[in-house]
Structure formats: C-alpha cells, structure tokens
Write a new protein. Structure first.
Length: 498
C-alpha cells in the first residue's frame, strides 16, 4: 500500500503556506509558501486594508504544486485537507459564488465606529454576556460598513464568509462555516448557543447571508471535479478541518484543555489560553472566541491576549542600543551577565500603538530608573526583554481573573522564545512550565484534517509525534528576584496608566 498524506493550507495576509504531512508518522514531507515576497494589501484610504480573495487562491495553488512536486506526491495519495486562515476578514459572494468586492481583512479599521456604536446602543453587559466581546472592528461590523456605504453591492450578497470559508468554497463549490469562525466575527451567541440574532437585528442583516454551519472537525465538503482538475487533486477528497490562525496555532501546539496556553512572540506577541467555562473580561482587555473543540455541550473558549510591542521592541533595541552589527544570539549572551531585574531599570514596552490590554491607552515605550554611573547597554537590553515578558504576565493576570488556571505554555521555538532570558523570566513569573515545539500552522491544519476525516481518533493520536524540543520550568532558586522585578515593573506601569 502506498503512502498517504494530509494537506494543510495556512492563508495569511503576507503569504499562503501549504504543507504535506505523512499521515502515518505525522512528519512534514514538504512545505512551501507563496508569494516569497510579501503579498500586497490594498489601502485606498488611511486605516483601510483589503486583499483580493482570488490572490489567496492563486497563491494556494502555487504552494500546493511546489510541495506535490518536491515530495513526488500524487493527488490520490492525499486523504484530507485542512485550512487555517487570517481571522476577522469579510468575503462577500453572489448567488454564482462570484466575489463582489475585495476582502476587508483583519487589520482594516474602518468599522471601528460601527462596532463602538453597537456596543453602546445594545449595552456593554448585553454584548459581553452574549458574544463575549464588543462588536468592535470584527466581521459583523465590517459588513455593517458595506451595507451603509455600498448598498447596491450589499443587495447582491448571497453569502458572507471568512477567508478560510472562501478557500473551502473554491475547493468544493459548497459554502459553509463553523461556530468558531462565526464567533471570531461576533456572530455567535454563547448564551443562546446559536447565531447572534440580536446583533443581526440591530445591523439589519438577513439570516440567509450566513453559510450553513458545519463542525470544525468533520467532512465539511469534498473537492469538486472542477477544483480537482485545476489543482491536480482527487475529486471527492474531504475538506475536514478549518480554523482561524490563532485557534489553529493553539491546535498546532496541541493546546486543547483548560489552563493550557499557546504563545507566539514575533513582531507582536500573542497569548492564547483555553478556558473551560463561558466568561468574559468586563473591560474587554482580551478577546474571547470559540476554540476548535468548542461545542454547544462542551465549553472550550480561546481567550486571546495581544501585545503589540514585543519583537518589534527587541529589534529596535538591536538597531539603536546594541553594539553595531551584533546578532540577537550575541545580545542574549551579553545581557545574561546582568542580574534579574536589570539592577532596577524598568522598560514599559508599548511603543507600537494602543494596547487593548491597557484599555486602548497609548502609553508609548519608556525606560525608567537609569543611573548613569551604574547602567550599561546590556542593562537596557535585558530590561527591554524583561519588560516584554512582564507585559505578557500582566495580560495573563486578566485571564486568571476570568477563571483560567495557567499551568502550561506551549510555543514554537522561534523569535523571542529563542532567548533564554525571555523563557526563564516568563516561566518564573507566571509559574507555568514552557514546552517548545517544532511545528507551524499549515502542519497543524493538516493534522486537524486527519482528526476531522477520522484518520486519527482524537488530538492525542494526531499529535503523538509532535516534536518537543525543550522544557523550561520556573527557576525555584531565584523566584523572589523574578517576582520583585515584576512587582516593580507593574508599579511603574500603574503609575503611568492611572
């Protein structure tokens, strides 16, 4: 019997990545992404961001052809397809499944006033208790903008979709969506356990605009004859998993249970934790969505904390403070000579715009406690990394207030997690064990498809061969120093924001 493979797509705003995973051992056989330079974003006005859905499809095809060629895999060897995608985008199609306008993507802010007005008119408590967030700048509010500003186009809309739903439609000719997807667009009512009728009524949307709901892990649709011929796949191949990029990143790191956390720390940082009960933050400092394994009879919520000033601060420090030409690895070595707490320097790292965790306050980035006869470049570099970690821990306290018991952080061994100081500080201040893995979103989507089509009985079997690279536990010998450094940082932050 020949080998069997699972195919995963990750539809990002900068590129589309595709991976083939060997279904027998869970190992990635080939990966590729297109374009190799960043995909264009259309910005006709300040604050707008759009992309052509057709571009995602073309890039997905090119990435797929490359991996099938590299791995010498035939279409009939692919058992199932999974899709991860950029969250919160709006795709509008007519009755012939033709796209009516470019997709308004996640980083487009034009719908902010619509969401804010809905939040005030409908009532904060009502919105938070039903959709767990403010309607904000999410997909439903983007559709309200289209209805208000492009009424003729709006009247032609047959279905609205998220970016992953669109790719599934192109593969199958069928339009459908998931509860997790609806929740990220503020279109799922967690109290009534159905689409958010009260928000649809407020915005004046017709229910027929929603595609049929299918389970996240299920045979949602199958590859059509037309798509099979276009892509070189086998007609009838199941599309059996899809999720937004943050829930999917958590899945990729085998994060399914309450108290488990998936974290990334690239340009910006994300802490995504699983909560086992319906709850929300009264100040909307974090976002809450249905996790991949949420079901109306099983509460599994993904609580999303985003810190804008993460790797971007570390990169700024390297450019402007570190000695000329110094690598990140050399920076980490240099700052390791400095004691925990950076001899009394605190860095407030929020220099990349307003932070939701600070209730959208713009604090900027600031350095505090510098003494000219005591502190060096290495002190400033270490204090910056500690400030980034402390901002994560500050946000994680919001999650704990919501009832999350944080005991395990899963992350890819990349970006800030390559720094021993970053890892040890995060483990010691949060009290959580950190496990680092070798995985990515498109591989996770492929394994998710294996669960959805029944190839694996559950996520434990699907991720049995997930490669764990390192385990970091709290530093019991220096806990007091870490806690004192965090307390001093937090005191400094509270002085600034109050």
């Amino acid at each position: 019997m020949g080998k069997s493979y699972l195919l995963g797509f990750d539809i990002g705003s900068s590129s589309v990545k595709a991976s083939l995973v060997n279904a027998d051992n869970g190992q990635c056989a080939a990966s590729a992404f297109y374009p190799e330079s960043e995909a264009p974003i259309i910005a006709k006005q300040t604050g707008w961001a759009e992309q052509e859905p057709e571009m995602w499809w073309e890039n997905a095809k090119k990435a797929l052809w490359k991996i099938m060629s590299d791995a010498q895999v035939k279409g009939e060897e692919i058992q199932a397809i999974g899709i991860s995608y950029q969250m919160h985008g709006l795709v509008c199609v007519d009755k012939n499944q033709q796209v009516l306008r470019p997709s308004i993507i996640w980083c487009d802010s034009r719908a902010v006033p619509y969401g804010e007005k809905a939040f005030d008119v409908l009532g904060h408590e009502h919105c938070l208790s039903h959709i767990l967030n403010s309607p904000g700048n999410f997909t439903a509010s983007k559709l309200a903008w289209v209805k208000d500003n492009e009424p003729e186009l709006y009247s032609k809309i047959d279905k609205i979709m998220l970016p992953g739903d669109y790719i599934a439609m192109r593969l199958s000719g069928t339009t459908n969506t998931t509860i997790s997807g609806l929740s990220e667009g503020m279109m799922w009512d967690f109290k009534e356990k159905c689409p958010a009728q009260f928000l649809f009524d407020y915005y004046g949307f017709d229910n027929h605009l929603l595609a049929d709901i299918v389970p996240t892990f299920s045979i949602q649709s199958t590859v059509s004859k037309m798509a099979a011929e276009e892509l070189g796949l086998k007609e009838g191949t199941p599309i059996s998993y899809r999720a937004g990029d943050q829930p999917n990143n958590a899945l990729s790191l085998n994060v399914f249970n309450p108290g488990e956390i998936a974290s990334t720390a690239g340009t910006s940082g994300v802490v995504y934790g699983v909560l086992g009960e319906v709850n929300y933050d009264k100040k909307s400092r974090v976002n809450t969505f249905a996790h991949v394994n949420y079901a109306p009879d099983q509460e599994r919520l993904g609580v999303l904390l985003c810190i804008n000033g993460t790797g971007i601060l570390n990169a700024w420090v390297r450019r402007n403070i570190a000695p000329e030409g110094m690598s990140y690895a050399d920076m980490n070595e240099m700052m390791s000579q400095i004691p925990i707490g950076s001899d009394g320097i605190q860095v407030i790292p929020f220099g990349n715009g307003a932070e939701r965790v600070l209730e959208n306050k713009e604090t900027g980035c600031s350095f505090h406690g510098i003494q000219f006869n005591k502190h060096s470049k290495a002190h400033l570099m270490r204090a910056a990394q500690e400030g980034i970690v402390f901002s994560f821990c500050y946000g994680m306290e919001v999650m704990q207030e919501m009832g999350m018991n944080i005991n395990m952080i899963h992350a890819g061994k990349a970006n800030m997690f390559l720094s021993e100081i970053f890892r040890n500080t995060l483990a010691s201040v949060s009290g959580a064990t950190i496990e680092l893995y070798d995985t990515d979103g498109s591989v996770g989507a492929a394994l998710g498809a294996g669960i959805g089509c029944g190839l694996y009985k559950d996520h434990e079997e699907a991720f049995a061969n997930l490669k764990k690279l390192q385990v970091i536990t709290p530093d019991e010998h220096h806990l007091d120093e870490y806690k004192q450094a965090y307390a001093a940082w937090k005191e400094q932050l509270l002085r600034i924001i109050h």
